[in-house]
Design a binder for this molecule. Sequence first.
Ligand code: AR6
Length: 176
Amino acid sequence: MSSKVEVISGDITKIKVDAIVNAANSSLMGGGGVDGAIHRAGGTEILEACRKIVAKQGSCKTGEAVITTGGKLPARFVIHTVGPVWRNGEHEERTKLANCYINSLQLAVNNQCTTIAFPNISTGVYGFPKREAAAIAVGTVSNFLTTNHQIEKVIFVCFDEENFEYVKDELSKRLI
Ligand code: AR6
């Protein structure tokens, strides 16, 4: 699996993959952080698609994921997932964060994607401790790739140095 997963520093809106993942909120109506950046760069088509999804199925629950067009982004699709707000670690935050990665990957597979990029879900305003989030992200993606062979490339796109170092550490542990 090692060569299939990489970590880079950068802005996820610039990445040309089949799908980029958005750290959204359950309203799917946009927000700050990476969510704001994706909607700004991708244009109104993404929000329109989100509105249709909400009209049909209601809001997106924590740990779940939905897919829309990538609009003007280089990525074909945006997968919107809702990470958990960190409270004290006793509200199933870890399981819910892992579900974000699993459900996003499964949705990518269902839509014939082979390449996908993730931001560090929940580690911004949602306050999930970054080191632990990195371990969950890398562990969950690695497990998924052992049983699914359609995904050829997973890129962790880290906006801040701390997340980059933690994800890099977690990946290097798995290369030994
Ligand atoms: N590319 C990649 N990563 C980014 C970018 C970018 N352009 N911009 C920020 N990040 P956050 P959350 C990183 O707060 O914690 C929104 O308002 C950032 O450094 O975007 O899941 C939503 O609408 C951090 O490591 O998402 C929700 O209400 C990571 O993205 C809420 O924030 C996640 O930070 C979700 O909170």
